[in-house]
Design a protein around this ligand. Structure first.
Ligand SMILES: NC(=O)c1ccc[n+]([C@@H]2O[C@H](COP(=O)([O-])OP(=O)(O)OC[C@H]3O[C@@H](n4cnc5c(N)ncnc54)[C@H](O)[C@@H]3O)[C@@H](O)[C@H]2O)c1
Length: 419
């Protein structure tokens, strides 16, 4: 039997819409055909238009014109968080089935509006919470649900942002300001909050949170340092120096011509000359202590679920390593999940290891989650329900917004659902 082939339109052909999902969708010729694109950046629009074989008259630079009518069976929305609510509601009105990037919205009010519109318009959307499709986390969930370590009592989640990633995205980069954007606990950790909800297996009752911006501020600038790294006496010493982060790290990684994050600093093909020029006068060459940033650099969230499960999530910039670590403590054993392995210890027995290599092709993005998400979106188009539909994703956002309210009130315990 042959598959039904669904037509897909993409709104926003950037890093996620073009490079990540667009390319995966384009490879699955027996399931999808990309028929329309919209992005105000003409260079990206044209190059992905060519790559995906989209006719010239179906490449739009203007959202209003693109959204005037329905262009395909499904719409992938991979634009900025602040635009998601408006675009998703319009997509429901046009009758699209939607694949929506996280964060679904930037505020609780918008989140509620989107949920109401979805009910009213009978809209269907899957959210790109890719980690729920990663075989590693699926295996962990299977072990927990199967009672491998008894009854789950606590979850400890750790999200090490990485000192250079913090400096790139949340100090110098586009996610540095939270005005009109999601709070960082959602921007960086909505995947974690979503995973924690699914692992806990119940509604979250209350949350409290503490955190802030403790280091990347003017008071912490070492004496006699400059506004820009290239003018600074610490150019070769400071671990956050743009020269060290963008040129030395890039060389250590084999000078890739088109790889994140240097391809965000200059357009590919990336060269040393272009990088040097960009850090001499662009946004990524600013001193990390003198940027207009307000995103937090550390935050911890404490959560209680209806079934008694308690969870903590710690996100911190101050790490060398990146890669999540989850610990699950059960009444008869514990499970530790990292990006390398799952370790299962039943109390009093020998520890078992499940290597990630046995579960997933390591070359796949997000531990196989990106491909898993697109396959599951295909099933949704065929009529199956999605494990990350809007309703099931909503809970994680409620926790994130509650955590931010708590953080701003100095860590007060807040109710997750009554607001
Ligand atoms: N699921 C994940 O793991 C993951 C990872 C990174 C980013 N994201 C999310 O993906 C989304 C996109 O992020 P990105 O990293 O791809 O950014 P990006 O800047 O690379 O791409 C966004 C694209 O949207 C285009 N755009 C902006 N406004 C538009 C409009 N009105 N109509 C059409 N196109 C428009 C931009 O020109 C750009 O090309 C964000 O919501 C972000 O939070 C998700």
């Amino acid at each position: 039997m042959t598959n039904k082939i669904f037509t897909v339109a993409i709104l926003g052909v950037g890093s996620r819409g073009g490079n990540a999902y667009g390319r995966i969708i384009n490879r699955m010729k027996d399931k999808f055909q990309i028929v329309a694109l919209c992005d105000p950046r003409v260079g990206r629009l044209e190059s992905f238009g060519e790559e995906f074989g989209v006719p010239v008259d179906m490449r739009f630079t203007d959202e209003g014109e693109f959204m005037r009518e329905r262009r395909a069976d499904a719409l992938l929305i991979a634009t900025y968080d602040c635009d998601h609510k408006r675009q998703c509601i319009r997509a429901f009105q046009l009758g699209y089935k939607v694949l929506l990037e996280k964060s679904i919205t930037t505020s609780l009010e918008e989140c509620k509006e989107l949920m109401a519109a979805q009910r009213e318009l009978s809209g269907e959307a899957a959210v790109c919470h890719v980690l729920r499709y990663s075989p590693i986390y699926q295996k962990a969930e299977e072990l927990l649900r199967g009672g491998a370590v008894g009854r789950l009592v606590t979850i400890e989640a750790y999200e090490p942002v990485g000192y250079w990633h913090q400096a790139h995205s949340f100090v110098r980069g586009n996610a540095r300001s939270t005005a009109g954007a999601s709070p960082m606990i959602l921007a960086k950790c909505c995947h974690d909050l979503d995973l924690i909800c699914s692992f806990a297996g119940a509604e979250c009752v209350s949350a409290s949170s503490m955190g802030g911006l403790s280091f990347f501020t003017e008071e912490n600038a070492p004496e006699n340092t400059a506004e820009r790294c290239t003018d600074c006496r610490l150019l070769d010493e400071c671990p956050y120096s743009a020269k060290r982060l963008y040129i030395e790290r890039w060389k250590q990684n084999g000078s890739p011509s088109d790889e994140w994050p240097t391809n965000m600093v200059v357009a590919a093909p990336v060269t040393e000359e272009k990088l040097m020029e960009a850090i001499a006068d662009g946004q990524y060459g600013r001193c990390v202590f003198r940027c207009d940033n307000d995103a937090v650099d550390h935050q911890t969230v404490l959560m209680e679920f209806k079934n008694g499960v308690k969870a903590t999530l710690t996100m911190t910039a101050f790490t060398d390593e990146r890669g999540r670590c989850y610990k699950f403590h059960g009444t008869y054993g514990q499970i530790t999940v990292t990006d390398k392995e799952i370790k299962i210890t039943r109390y009093g027995e020998a520890t078992e290891y499940v290597s990630v290599d046995s579960l997933v092709d390591k070359s796949l993005a997000h531990g196989g989650g990106d491909v898993g998400l697109i396959n599951s979106f295909y099933s949704m188009l065929c009529g199956e329900s999605s494990r990350t539909d809007l309703e099931s994703s909503y809970e994680g956002y409620l926790i994130g917004f509650a955590a931010e309210r708590s953080r701003l009130s100095g860590g007060k315990l807040v109710s997750v659902h009554d607001s």
